[in-house]
Ligand binder design. Sequence first.
Ligand code: DLL
Length: 441
Amino acid sequence: MNSKKTANQELARKDCMEISALRELQLSKLQHIVRHAFNNVEFYRRKFNEFSVTPDDIKTLDDIRKLPFTVKTDLRDNYPFGLFAVPQSEIVRVHASSGTTGKPIVVGYNQHDIDVWKEVIARSFISCGLCEEDVIQVSYGYGLFTGGLGAHYGAEALGALTVPTSVGNTDRQIMLMKDFGTTAMCCTPSYFTFLIEKAQQMGIDLKELPIKAGIFGAEPWTPAMREQIEKAAGIKAFDIYGLSEIIGPGVAIECECQNGLHVFEDHFYPEIIDPDTLEVLPDGEWGELVLTTLSKEAMPMLRYRTRDLTRIIPEKCACGRTIRRIDRISSRSDDMMIIKGVNVFPSQIEAALLAVDGTLPHYNIILFKDKGMDNIEVAVEVRPELFSDKVRAMEDLQKKLTHSIESVTGLHIKVKLVAPNTIIRSEGKAKRVIDHRFLNS
Ligand code: DLL
């Protein structure tokens, strides 16, 4: 048996630890990382003092609740290197996430952190059924974004043939998929829908290529989107989750059951809180995901509020992994729109649109002001064979879509049908919501 195969089998076993041993490991790592953060980061020391808590107060895993939360603005306020817990000479890599305004947030890794990251990505690939024999094409952006280099190092650690195409040049991506025999593709789900479309235009049937898996994440996507992708490309589409502040991709991933994402709990400690009361919620309840890094040395994150909404799935997974699962991240708390007093998430609109036959997975939600109140309208592309000048057929489809959105959100929302290829395609994270509120406020 080759040594890579043995090493990968050993890695896979880490997902199946005895629960009591896992909790013990988590506690000792938590105690260590809390002390490390306190001793080496002025920001944590100050916060601990404000909350009258010391590293000695962490005696059980539940004691994590005594610690203050960390939020995105803490990273901005300490830009660029203020949260590093090791000397700068030990840092071997930085990444940054642009965010919406002002300075980016910056994250740092020492060699140990890069090794942890490689490990969790390799375990992610194994969880999707991949191995050292696979050809993994990495079409997440390379650069300050964590997607490209994160997936790349993990694919190499797995021993797979790694194809670093990064984003863009879609025709060439498809040519290389075919010529190199790519078996797994890593990119955003929205980019993959674009790739499917391009392949059709080039007369290439993805179902006939060796590709069997997609490792898709970095943005929310719905089960309806998964269904469309799997059907069109003849692959299994897996959901991978992560964020720069915690490590990048590889915090959690689906397994072959495709029913929730296993969190690599030996490296990341998950909690779910009520975003209003900040109370910790029991497993099974929906709320905001809070993560603590248990292994990262260069920039430990204690109780980081992700703003991502999910729940911890209490039931055991049929795959046999003991690390717990979170539900698909359908939305972020800051994506919520309030329309006529009703809370609406973009993912609800996507699910409603894709539930109707005849639409393409390309849409925009346009947010505008109407008599001083926020309102939305939706533009969605229609399949070429259905897009016609037959007024009746188009009206019928429009009615179905309006009704579908109404049944999900309770709101009557205007839907505009647009021709195929009119909505801008994205190569990275799709920008579905277009904010026009400033135009008519
Ligand atoms: O998007 C890391 C990543 C790269 C994850 C590639 C998966 C694949 P950031 O740019 O810091 O990092 O953005 C993190 O993206 O808080 C979520 O809101 C969202 N996100 C990431 N993965 C998913 C997913 C990368 N699978 C933010 N489903 C997170 C839904 C996701 N949202």
